[in-house]
Design a protein around this ligand. Structure first.
Ligand code: GAL
Length: 728
């Protein structure tokens, strides 16, 4: 039987190229996922992560090998990896976003073994995305998980569950199983697929050539009705694939695979259909990078990003710009019902033939890794925004269709008239509206972004205009029947190269900041959530008399999913307002435009609090209050989780804000906040933190001991704040 051992623990790390003669004391102990350097959240150079580092791990096989093959599996490492086992080369891999494995069986000894990983994290022009400039950073490190896998000589390599007739009364399922044979003789293998809850069992025998692979398809033509994967109720199913020995049916190898029953297709009529029903795609792009830790975010942070996109930003789709992202992120998208457009690594540049071969390898690795995720509806098989290349893109499309005939392809372009070899015309539309498509299906895969970079501390007029641009463009996409939807640029601010961004190495293109805290534009997305999920009511205001040009607050934009709002100035009712359906006729929940406020407030005269009450079906369901004093009232500390795992790698956000007396952040609060941590954990980030924008975040990392972490924060003239996290 196979054994899969998590292999993230007890690594040694040195930020230099060290050989096996160097003592362990030249290294520091670390746990994966790992970033090759901790950095501030901005104002650093990409040169800082560009070096060759060495990872070392000593281990004895935790269980007898018993004739099995031993593989070392990397979920990813940035960007070129060379692995030695006991001083001998196990293999090399170029590419930072897709998994790779080495068969290390013949290099192992029965006693202690030494793994040495030489990791080149320089921006290698021979490896995608490099060769030209790139608008994002490729932080170094073994930043995803590593596993040790022991398998019998004949083992299961890939499984692809392909539901059939998903919407018919009688559904079916086909399961492609690829077996590998590492032995020197051809082998007969009996393959079994068993569905959960006795829904079916099939067995087939296949001959696997020596040193080769064989593929067999097991068919379940008639299934009891399988619950569908929908956005509201994303039912997931599991099946087991086994190799069983002849006679006894005892399993020799076994893997289980999670999959879903859903039909997803973009139609010539312009619509996207999920399970036969048209669905307008409404989403944002996500980069996988974080402040301080680069891309080395553990499962919990990955999963939270998916939750934020679905529950805080109301998205039904995310694009994994511009590369395959963490398996944990994709698993979470499956679990919560968030659609995904996943694409290969790259940015505008196409390299030489060797580079293209790596890119084709990325297409293959991405699809083999991810084709069982029901959330994924489209493969991006072009280098984002590259020029046409008929031969190359014919090959990427052919390969994608061969590996996964169930999904359509897209390929993101930014100039009209570019050659269309994919199934869906995926277009980055920076026209500040939605261009009329030349052909359908047409999906807008980016808009806004560099057209209107906006910081959390930007002046109010810019901050709400940023939100309104997203609202206008999404409105235009929703209103055009020939557009399948729009995915804005982007969810979160991200670190970048000097050729982009605001000079401090951040592209302030997010509807949230780099800490995943909202700007007004996030309020617009949130307000499109169904009121059945929760009521949303947010005023896009700093509520001042003089921050805007000319002073005052007219018009005041309010984002919410209620059908009416009441606006009070002090205790006086200013009026009742309906959603602005005239400006935003196609949005499910148009913003409210509140006007006439100068009646109550003129420059230099009385200025009072703002109170808004949201109504749904005549019932008050939500309320917001904004303080007219403008004064800091509290320092608020919010850990995103109250519990962490004592595995030395788990992490959560520690958000902090300076707020008015109603809890609204004060965007111009620039106090210094300092932190102390006690207990089995570690603070990651700038400490003290020179606050800007009134909000920011650090990360808290669990140690290896259970216990209580207590964090205390202090700033000038406000009460200290504290928070606790249990490490279990
Ligand atoms: C696009 C590009 C993105 C990002 C964006 C900024 O052209 O695909 O990666 O750079 O512009 O708006």
């Amino acid at each position: 039987m196979r054994t899969v051992i998590p292999f993230n623990d007890h690594w040694l790390y040195a930020p230099a190229q060290l050989d096996d003669q160097q003592p362990d004391s030249a290294f520091e102990p670390i746990t994966l996922p790992h970033t090759n350097i901790l950095l501030p959240h901005h104002n650093f150079d990409n040169a800082e992560y560009q070096f060759i580092s060495t990872y070392r791990k000593r281990f004895t096989l935790p269980e007898p090998r018993r004739g099995r093959r031993v593989f070392l599996d990397f979920d990813a490492a940035m960007i070129a990896t060379t692995v030695f086992v006991n001083g001998q080369l196990a293999g090399t891999h170029g590419g930072g976003y897709t998994p790779f494995s080495f068969d290390i069986t013949d290099l192992l000894t029965d006693g202690e073994n030494l793994i040495t990983v030489r990791l080149d994290s320089t921006e290698r022009p021979d490896i995608p995305p490099y060769g030209y400039v790139v608008d994002y950073l490729t932080f170094g490190g073994i930043y995803r998980d590593v596993w040790l896998r022991l398998v019998e000589p004949v083992y299961i390599r890939h499984v692809f569950a392909r539901p059939q007739n998903v919407l018919e009364p009688v559904q079916g399922l086909e399961v492609d199983v690829t077996l590998a044979n590492a032995s020197e003789q051809a082998q007969q293998a009996r393959v079994q697929v068993e569905l959960e809850q006795n829904a079916g069992l099939q067995t087939e025998t296949v001959s696997v050539p020596a040193g080769g692979e064989a593929k067999v398809t097991l068919r379940f033509p008639e299934l009891p009705r399988m619950a569908l994967w929908t956005l509201e109720e994303p039912a997931l199913h599991t099946l087991s694939v086994r190799i069983v020995s002849d006679g006894s049916d005892a399993p020799v190898d076994e893997v289980s695979v999670r999959y879903g029953f859903r039909e997803a297709r973009f139609d010539k009529d312009g619509n996207f259909y999920l399970n036969g029903k048209p669905l307008k795609l409404f989403g944002l792009n996500r980069h996988q990078t974080y402040p301080y830790i680069g891309a080395a975010a553990p499962a919990r942070l990955q999963r939270r990003d998916a939750d934020i996109l679905k529950w805080e930003l109301g998205c039904n789709i995310v694009r994994t710009s511009h590369y395959p992202q963490s398996p944990y992120f994709l698993d979470r998208c499956d679990e919560i019902g968030l659609l995904v457009f996943e694409e290969i690594p790259g940015w505008q540049h196409i390299g030489d033939e060797d580079w293209k071969a790596l890119s084709l390898r990325d297409v293959e690795a991405m699809i083999l890794r991810d084709r069982n995720h029901p959330s994924i509806i489209l493969w991006g098989v072009r280098i984002n925004e590259s020029g046409d290349d008929t031969a190359f893109y014919t090959a990427t499309n052919r390969l994608a269709r061969e590996l996964d005939p169930t999904r359509q392809t897209g390929g993101v372009r930014y100039f009209r008239g570019s050659e269309w070899l994919e199934d869906v015309y995926t277009y980055n539309d920076f026209s500040n509206t939605i261009i009329e498509p030349d052909q359908t299906p047409h999906l807008v895969t980016e808009f806004s972004g560099h057209m209107y970079p906006t910081k959390t501390w930007d002046q109010e007029e810019r901050a709400f205009e940023h939100a309104l641009r997203h609202a206008r463009i999404q409105n235009a996409a929703q209103g055009n029947p020939r557009v399948s939807g729009a995915i804005g640029w982007c969810a979160f601010d991200y670190n970048t190269h000097r050729e982009f961004g605001s000079g401090d190495r951040i592209c302030y293109h997010g509807v949230m900041d780099i800490f995943r805290l909202p700007k007004f534009a996030a309020y617009f997305y949130e307000s499109q959530l169904s009121p059945d999920i929760r009521p949303v009511l947010r005023a896009a205001t700093y509520w001042t008399m003089g921050d805007r040009s000319g002073g005052g607050n007219d018009p005041l934009w309010v984002f919410g999913n209620c059908d009416e709002i009441e606006v009070y100035i002090g205790s006086q009712l200013h009026g009742r307002f309906q959603p602005d359906r005239e400006t935003f006729p196609h949005l499910p929940h148009p913003p409210f435009q509140v006007t006439g406020l100068q009646m109550h407030m003129t420059w230099g005269k009385e200025f009072s609090d703002l109170r808004i009450v949201g109504y749904r079906n005549g019932q008050a369901v939500s309320e917001v209050l904004h303080d007219s004093s403008g004064l800091p009232s509290a320092l608020v500390l919010t850990p995103a989780d109250t519990e962490l795992r004592a595995d030395g790698a788990d992490m959560t956000w520690l958000w902090f804000k300076i707020v008015d007396r109603y809890g609204n952040r004060l965007p111009y609060a620039t106090q210094v906040v300092s932190f102390e941590l006690e207990g089995p954990g570690e603070l990651i980030g700038e400490n003290p933190f020179a606050l800007v924008g009134g909000q920011a975040g650090l990360l808290v990392k669990a140690g290896r001991e259970p216990g209580t972490i207590t964090i205390r924060a202090r700033t000038q003239r406000l009460e200290p704040a504290s928070a606790t996290i249990e490490v279990r």
